[in-house]
Design a protein around this ligand. Structure first.
Ligand code: MTE
Ligand code: MO
Length: 315
């Protein structure tokens, strides 16, 4: 089947995004929000939910070393191909049916299960983390996410010893996602990681953003975050989690294997075949900053890759 390649990802973001979309945006609130939403500090997840907020005490182990990106930019400049291949899908994404939300856990597990999100949130401990995000297109943002370590979900899922990888799959809803009519894309969107990566303390399942439930356009009601990998690894609106023995092939790898691989760890010294990865543009500004190995999270994750030098770790 011939694959039609849309222009949007033929170009690095610096070329794909007209500057007028970026220029003139207010810098917005640059302060950390942790103190402000600390009103919910210590409240159990259910209490925070009842108030229509999604907040928790901040875990300061992962200091971002950067200002927060303006909330307005974080929630209006998105990649979510189910709703279209431009960055302006936030209005279209509001049709995503987020309530009720269920997540299937299947494959190589002791007992397949279907969890409803509210029930799942009663079984985990929420925290807030301010995390950097680096898109393969060379833009980056810093945002406060509320959620729980994926390691907590791994305990609930109870994978069998034969499981080597875990796949995080996005809902595919033809009724509300116009992108699904583009049949050359390999829907549903999914991507995966090793069991060790999922259990790494940095691997995070987000249900809140800026102290509120994750909006649809950012992958609500629940999306994964691999802050040390290029953004395409971080599947949005997760409705299935599957444990498998063979290395899974993600959405972008299926489309363009030569350019998007399984590991996709951020590395400024390994260029994308069509552009440099040495620097990145900060969302909400025109500032470019140098890119860091593992997006600056090497102290937490570099150990996952010792002994894997033969692998294509950085694409
Ligand atoms: N289901 C789904 N998940 C996805 C994508 C997508 O198109 N569909 N895009 C990925 C890419 S390329 C990036 S950079 C991030 C963007 O997340 P954000 O919109 O919250 O910044 O989501 C990732 N997860
Ligand atoms: Mo991305």
């Amino acid at each position: 089947m011939p694959i039609r390649i849309p222009r949007g990802w033929e170009l690095p973001e610096s070329a794909a995004s007209p500057e007028h979309l970026v220029l003139g945006r207010r810098r917005g609130l640059q302060l950390g929000l942790g103190g402000l939403i600390g009103g919910a500090l210590g409240l159990p997840a259910t209490a925070a939910l009842a108030q229509g907020a999604m907040s928790a005490a901040r875990n300061d182990r992962f200091v971002p070393g950067r200002d927060l990106s303006p909330e307005r930019d974080v929630t209006s400049y998105n990649n979510y191909y189910e709703f279209g291949s431009s960055k302006s899908i936030s209005a279209a994404a509001q049709r995503l049916p987020m309530k009720p939300w269920t997540v299937k856990i299947e494959g190589l597990v002791e007992k397949p299960m279907e969890l409803d999100l509210d029930g799942l949130l009663k079984q985990v401990t929420l925290e807030e983390r301010v995390l950097r995000h680096r898109c393969v297109e060379a833009w980056a943002m810093t945002a406060p996410w509320t959620g729980f370590p994926v390691a907590q979900l791994m305990k609930i899922a109870a994978p069998l010893g034969s499981a080597k990888y875990v796949v995080f799959e996005t809902l595919a809803d033809r009724a509300t996602m116009p992108g699904l009519r583009q049949s050359w894309y390999p829907w549903p969107y999914s991507d995966g990681c090793t069991i060790a990566e999922a259990n790494n303390e940095l691997c995070f399942m987000a249900v809140g953003l800026f102290g509120k439930p994750v909006p649809a356009q950012n992958g609500g009601p629940m999306r994964i975050l691999f802050p040390w990998k290029y953004g395409f690894k971080s599947s949005k609106s997760i409705s299935r989690i599957r444990f498998v023995e063979q290395r899974p092939v993600g959405y972008w790898e299926k489309l363009q294997e030569a350019e998007y691989g399984f590991w996709a760890n951020v590395n400024p010294e390994v260029p994308h075949p069509r552009w440099s990865q040495a620097s990145e543009r900060l969302l909400g500004s025109n500032e470019r900053v140098p890119t860091k190995l593992f997006n600056g999270y090497g102290e937490f994750v570099a150990g996952l890759y010792t002994g894997l030098q033969g692998e294509r770790l950085y694409a």
